[in-house]
Ligand binder design. Structure first.
Ligand SMILES: O=C(O)CCC(=O)C(=O)O
Length: 258
């Protein structure tokens, strides 16, 4: 059992759980080597936030998105029927030390994922898999516990360097800011967060890369009623259980499930 009962309860009250072990060191190194090869092909600039839905052409991404341990954990908090909606790498590289004045450190502003995804009901679960060790120094994921109970209006960040697609940011109170929790992970571990949870991440102030792969899941009862923030209609693949709704066009699995 990947997620014990108390962790399911933690997810329900906090909106996230962290430190779920998927792979041991050796297996995690294998995933990192596969990502390194992709990075060498695509270049660092693109790897920051430009690698979307690579489960359609990268077997290692597909293998992660359909890994039984990942899906057991997702199903524990979401229910037995699971669609893989999207995948997206978030890579923050060490910032130049001799930063010029106009250099803006890359960070991820506070936001709720489902705000701009056009889903109804606005619900999804993200598994954030650590390709690299991810800690406070290199800008691990952070979240404000218990903020997943409703959608708030977002504005634009007035800070340069926000990696989010349309520079969105949700205002939070000083008390909420003070209650934020870090989610450090070793490579091969993952966290799960609710699509309405307020989360983000600070700049990478280490000399190490911080790469995470987000795997986005929804139950088949969710439909897309509007295009997402980048004008895109999702396709979704059933990866666990049954789809009794058929809201998304059935799409073939790109690789066999291992
Ligand atoms: O990787 C990060 O720092 C942010 C990821 C994120 O915002 C997300 O999973 O929605």
């Amino acid at each position: 059992m990947v997620l014990e009962g108390n962790l399911v309860q933690e997810f329900e009250t906090q909106g996230f759980v962290s430190g779920i072990k998927i792979f041991d060191r050796g297996e995690a190194d294998g995933v990192r080597a596969a990502f390194n090869a992709l990075e060498a092909k695509e270049g660092r600039e693109k790897c920051q936030i430009g690698l979307m839905d690579r489960h359609y052409d990268q077997q290692f991404v597909w293998d992660l998105g359909t890994h039984p341990k990942v899906l057991d954990a997702v199903a524990a908090v979401m229910g037995p029927d699971v669609l893989l909606l999207a995948t997206h790498f978030f890579c923050k590289y060490p910032e130049p030390r001799d930063a010029r004045q106009d250099h803006a450190e890359r960070f991820v502003a506070w936001h709720q994922d489902v705000t701009y995804w056009g889903l109804e009901p606005a619900f999804a679960v993200t598994a954030w898999y650590a390709v690299d060790d991810s800690d406070v120094e290199n800008g691990c994921m952070r979240a404000i516990p218990g903020t997943h109970q409703g959608i708030r209006e977002h504005g634009k960040s007035d800070r340069k360097g926000n990696l989010l697609s349309i520079n969105q940011e949700v205002p939070v109170t000083p008390a909420e800011e003070a209650s934020a929790m870090d989610m450090p992970l070793k490579a091969g571990e993952m966290s799960l967060h609710h699509g309405a949870l307020i989360h983000g991440s600070n700049p990478n102030r280490s000399d190490r890369r911080r790469c995470g792969l987000t795997l986005r899941y929804i139950p088949p009862s969710v439909k897309q009623v509007k295009l997402n923030s980048v004008g895109r209609k999702y396709s979704a693949i059933l990866v666990r259980g049954e789809d009794r709704y058929g809201h998304f066009e059935a799409r073939q699995a790109p690789f066999p499930v291992r």
